[in-house]
Design a protein around this ligand. Sequence first.
Ligand code: SAH
Length: 251
Amino acid sequence: MVSFVGAGPGDVDLITIKGRKKIEAAEVVIYAGSLVAKEHMNFCKAGAEIYNSATMTLEEVIFVMKKANEENKNVVRLHTGDPSIYGAIKEQMDKLTELKIEFEVIPGVSSFTASAAAIKREFTLPGISQTVIITRMEGRTPVPAKESLELLAAHKASMSIFLSAQSIEAVVEKLKEGYEREDVPIAVVYKATWEDEKIVVGTLLDIVSKVKEAEIKNFAQILVGDFIDTNYERSKLYDPTFAHGFREASK
Ligand code: SAH
């Protein structure tokens, strides 16, 4: 059995209990060493085989999984955040299906929600935005043209931009074009939940210089939208005059 496990954003206590138990029971662990905290390995049993996938190809990863499966060993494939977001797990799952190797996926706390927590904000404020767009700038991996940042920003929704802090100037230009304003609030969160976490908050006008000053180049979330700094309507859910399935409206 291969378990794809979301390790969470960094802080080792932000993995799920189910994910932690899988690590404790694994004979083989393959972790994404560039972004997954090494402390997770402290929970492995003595003698567990540990592989860092940062230096491995897809074929090498699958080879390790196949061999372990033949030996009836439990395998944990540990991905950063939640594996369904920029995790490159589909190609691994497809190979395992081809090889008739059983697998499961255990979700994790993604860095985009961890970053919202770090800045203590809610993405979905009534009257401001009820939508979160998760995206990235094109880099060496292209992004479909219909998903270009300026087109997405034109929705004026809350946004979480992965994998793009190194291109902050270009990101900001596209956001200005899409939001059609320069005073849109923006936060850049470097290594959310790690000990060396850094938070930079500003607007599209000043964020580039602030990010440069903080020397943030990668490993960061870019959160954008009025949810970061605004007045908003209070939610209907906790409004005394609004009834719902669990509560009657007060008179
Ligand atoms: N599956 C992961 C994302 C992997 S892609 C998730 O759900 O979070 C790697 C990118 O995620 C990084 O370039 C960065 O943009 C973001 N990221 C991952 N961990 C982060 C963290 N702790 N703080 C800020 N951004 C992070």
